[in-house]
Design a protein around this ligand. Structure first.
Ligand code: SAM
Length: 239
């Protein structure tokens, strides 16, 4: 069964780039801090190509994986690019890939994984280095506090510790604020940007109350950035 948020991504794909200046900035920041110019790249949750569009060096092979067909259809194509429309947690994915990849990358997508720890433990074998940007639990903090709902987003420190078991890495936690003219625009943005859970968990009255009473002119976001070399790769190559 296709997850609700994947259906949302496919449905809203045509306007994804209009609502996601933040995700574009995140992908730019992530890619611009990769110093090694990797030639073969695997991008999990590639979407409409924010990672690929920010690569400034020549690549030999770029494989993007995304389970929303609408998003895959928007990804740039060229002879170096291969797009696989598949759940990045699917057991069948590995058999469709051709590792090793110089770089395993994912921008603004891993927060959707059901089990991010299991996913990274499996995928670390496919790559020499990794670069990841993940939305964390301080994203929409005020909304979650006001609505008394638990966030589905992972905690930055626990995530960083998990990455450190597999990568010799550096990390950075960055906060962002997006300003809006009114509260309705903020909530429209949340629905269309693909950062929320894609699930309606508040009833109409609760949503209206939240829209009326939200106290800030901005929405808040927190993103964990990780760049590192696979410890398995280092061990095998005695680096
Ligand atoms: C917020 S978008 C980010 C897209 C792109 N990486 C960017 O930086 O703009 C998240 C993407 O992850 C994809 N996605 C979410 N869960 C997924 C899963 N389990 N398997 C594959 N793709 C997934 C969505 O379809 C969507 O295209």
């Amino acid at each position: 069964m296709i997850a609700k948020h994947i259906k949302e991504f496919s449905k809203n794909a045509y306007r994804y780039d209009d609502y996601t200046a933040l995700q574009q900035d995140i992908a730019h920041y992530l890619v611009s801090h990769i110093t090694t110019q990797p030639k073969t790249i695997l991008d999990l949750g590639c979407g409409s190509g924010a990672v690929f569009k920010n690569i400034t060096w020549q690549v030999e092979r770029f494989t993007g994986v995304d389970s929303a067909q609408g998003m895959c259809d928007l990804h740039p194509t060229c002879k170096e690019v291969e797009i696989i429309c598949e759940d990045f947690e699917a057991l069948t994915l590995l058999s469709k890939l051709t590792p090793p990849y110089d770089l395993l990358v994912s921008s603004s997508a891993l927060q959707w994984a059901n089990d991010i720890k299991a996913l990274i433990s499996k995928m670390v074998f496919t790559c020499k280095e990794g670069a990841f940007a993940v939305f964390t639990d301080k994203t929409f903090e005020t909304i979650y506090a006001m609505s008394h709902l638990p966030t589905f987003l992972p905690n930055a420190k626990s995530l960083a510790e998990m990455f450190e078991t597999h990568f010799t890495c550096k990390y950075e936690i960055k906060t962002f604020r997006l300003f809006f003219d009114d509260n309705l625009s903020k909530f429209r943005y949340i629905k269309k940007s693909g950062v929320s859970g894609g699930q309606r968990r508040l009833n109409v009255t609760q949503t209206k109350a939240l829209i009326q009473n939200y106290p800030h002119e901005y929405l808040e976001f927190e993103v964990l950035f990780i760049w590192g070399i696979s410890k398995i790769f280092q061990k095998v190559n005695k680096i």
